[in-house]
Design a protein around this ligand. Structure first.
Ligand code: AMP
Length: 373
C-alpha cells in the first residue's frame, strides 16, 4: 500500500485524506501546528509538530513514499529537506515561487505570461517612484504570506502613499495596477510525471469581503476567453516544469483578455466544485499526479455552483435541513469547532437539474438570514 505524506493539516489536507482513503492510499499529515482539527480522525497518522522539528521530519519521512503540500506557506528549508528525503510534488522550487508575490510576478513577467503591471517596492521612495509608473489606480500588496485580501491596500491618489506604506509596515511589497475586470475566473491544471497536462473546466468566482463566496461553472465568458485561460494555465505549468495540481486565478478584462492574478501550488477553494461535478475531483487528481498514477478525466458532468460556508453565514446549530432539502445540494464540512466570522467552515456544491444558479443563490440567502435571525 502506498503512503502519501501531506504538509499542512487544514481542510484541503482533510479532503485529500478522504480521497486517499477511498483509493487505498495511506496518509501521514504533518500539520506544523499543535492543533489540526480538520485532519483529526481522517489522516492515518497525524504529526502535530512544528515544521522545524527535527524528530517530526524523521518521523514523517520514514513513513511516506512521496509528499505533497496543502498550503504554500511552509518554510522553504522544510520543503527542501522533505524533497531530498522522499520526493516532493510540486517541487520546493515551484512552491517557493508561489510563496512570494515578488518571485511569482517576476516569474510571470520573465516567461511572457500576462499579468497586471507591477513594480517591487522596498522603501517609501521606491513606492513613490513606482506609483508614477503604475498609477493612478493601484493595489499595494505585501510580498509574503498574504491571502484572501490580507496585507492589501488600494491606492488611488499620491497623497495616500504614506499611509499605505505604513499599513504594510514597510514590508517588501508589490505595487500592482488595478485591473478593471469584468469577472474573475480560475483554472486548475494537473501535470503528471511525463509532462501530460489536463485542465479542469474554467470556474467563475465571486467574492464577498475579499473571500471566495460563489464559484459558478461553466464560467460565463466567451469561448475565446475560456480557451485563453486554459492555455495560459497549461503554459504556466509547463514553464514551471510542474508536477502536481496548480490553481491559477485570472482577471478577465473588459476586452475579454485574461491576466494572471496569482497561483497556488495545491488544490484550491475555487476547485471544490469538482468533488461533485466532474468525473475526477481536484483531490483525486492531486493524488494521481503526486503518486505517479495516470491522470483522471476532468470532464464536467453538470452545471454547478459552489457556495462557501463562512463563519458569518453558518454555525453548527443551524438546521442542515435547508441544505439537504435543496435539490442537488451536497454538503462538505471541515470539522472546525470555532466558527470565526471569516473562517471557512465548509461548502455546498449544487449540481444537476435546471436553474442551478438560482437554487444556489436562494440557499445562500436563506443561510445568511437564518444566521442573523
Ligand atoms: P488576491 O489576494 O491578490 O487574490 O486579491 C484578492 C482580491 O482583491 C481579488 O480576488 C480581487 O477581487 C481584488 N484584487 C486584487 N488585486 C487586484 C488588482 N490588481 N486589480 C483589481 N482587483 C484586484
Amino acid at each position: 500500500m502506498m503512503t502519501l505524506g501531506i504538509l499542512g493539516g487544514g481542510q484541503l489536507a482533510r479532503m485529500l485524506c478522504l480521497e486517499a482513503r477511498r483509493m487505498g492510499v495511506r496518509t501521514v499529515v504533518w500539520s506544523g501546528t499543535p492543533t489540526a482539527e480538520p485532519t483529526e480522525g481522517v489522516a492515518d497518522i497525524l504529526i502535530k509538530r512544528k515544521f522545524d522539528d527535527v524528530e517530526a521530519h524523521e518521523e514523517f519521512c520514514r513513513q511516506v513514499d512521496v509528499a505533497t503540500v496543502e498550503f504554500e506557506n511552509i518554510p522553504l528549508e522544510t520543503l527542501r529537506k522533505v524533497e531530498e528525503a522522499v520526493g516532493l510534488y510540486p517541487s520546493a522550487e515551484s512552491i517557493g515561487i508561489s510563496q512570494h508575490r515578488s518571485r511569482e510576478k517576476t516569474f510571470l513577467r520573465e516567461h511572457g505570461i500576462p499579468c497586471a503591471p507591477f513594480a517591487l517596492v522596498g522603501t517609501l521612495d521606491e513606492l513613490k517612484l513606482a506609483y508614477q509608473e503604475v498609477g493612478p489606480a493601484t493595489v499595494l500588496k505585501t510580498a509574503a504570506f498574504g491571502y484572501d485580501g490580507k496585507g492589501q491596500v488600494k491606492i488611488t491618489a499620491a497623497d495616500q502613499l504614506e499611509a499605505a506604506w505604513e499599513s504594510v509596515q514597510g514590508e517588501l511589497s508589490v505595487l500592482e495596477g488595478f485591473v478593471d475586470f469584468q469577472c474573475e475566473v480560475s483554472v486548475l491544471v494537473a501535470r503528471d510525471k511525463d509532462g501530460q497536462c489536463l485542465a479542469f473546466p474554467v470556474a467563475e468566482n465571486e467574492h464577498r469581503n475579499h473571500i471566495l463566496d460563489l464559484t459558478i461553472v461553466p464560467a460565463r465568458v466567451s469561448q475565446e476567453t475560456l480557451q485563453e485561460a486554459e492555455e495560459t494555465a497549461i503554459r504556466l505549468a509547463d514553464e514551471l516544469n510542474y508536477r502536481g495540481l496548480l490553481a491559477v486565478e485570472f482577471f478577465v478584462e473588459k476586452s475579454g483578455r485574461v491576466v494572471v492574478n496569482e497561483m497556488a501550488p495545491r488544490p484550491h477553494n475555487s476547485g471544490h466544485f469538482t468533488m461533485n461535478a466532474c468525473v475526477t475531483s481536484q483531490f483525486e487528481q492531486q493524488l494521481r499526479s503526486v503518486c505517479g498514477l495516470p491522470l483522471g478525466s476532468p470532464e464536467l458532468l453538470s452545471d454547478t455552483v459552489m457556495v462557501n460556508l463562512l463563519g458569518d453565514m453558518w454555525n453548527p446549530d443551524l438546521k442542515v435541513a435547508e441544505i439537504h432539502g435543496t435539490e442537488g445540494a451536497k454538503l462538505h464540512l471541515y470539522g472546525k469547532s470555532s466558527p470565526g466570522e471569516r473562517r471557512k467552515l465548509g461548502h455546498v456544491n449544487v449540481v444537476g437539474g435546471d436553474n442551478v444558479e438560482a437554487r444556489s443563490r436562494a440557499l445562500k440567502d436563506k443561510l445568511l438570514s437564518l444566521k442573523k435571525s
